[in-house]
Design a protein around this ligand. Structure first.
Ligand SMILES: [Zn+2]
Length: 132
């Protein structure tokens, strides 16, 4: 059997912490019946909603409450987006989530190999619960 290596590929990615974070979300502005403004779903990352899972329940992966999660449709189906996950834009323009430890082990900033992965917004990540 012959050996192969992946062709180098440059991807674009943005780190997601809350609804509206993705630059392509382009959310629509609405008003409630009482005139309060609110923003609709993002076009890339939507609000996480599951009628079978209470929004206050804890994520099995990151332990944050489910109501601060997002949802993304990929070629392989829908995925939950945890706060802090990276959203990668693939070569077909598709979007998919990537856990931070996988992203940092797999990718480095294009151009400057010594540059750090952009951690912007990390300090704004929701606090973990006291149970962690
Ligand atoms: Zn999570």
């Amino acid at each position: 059997m012959a050996s192969y290596h992946r062709k180098p590929v440059v991807i674009e990615a943005t780190r997601w912490f809350r609804n509206g974070d993705h630059p392509e979300d382009d959310r629509e502005a609405f008003q409630t019946k009482r005139g309060e403004p609110f923003l609709g779903d993002g076009k890339v990352v939507r609000y996480y909603r599951n009628p079978d899972i209470p929004s206050c329940s804890q994520c099995a992966t990151c332990r944050h409450e489910m109501d601060i999660h997002g949802w993304i449709e990929t070629f392989e189906g829908g995925h939950i987006v945890c706060p802090g996950d990276w959203i990668i834009t693939g070569i077909m323009g598709e979007h998919y989530p990537c856990k931070p430890h996988v992203f940092e082990a797999t990718y480095e900033p294009e151009g400057d190999p010594d540059a750090e992965i952009d951690e912007a917004g990390k300090d704004d990540a929701p606090e973990r619960t006291a149970r962690d």
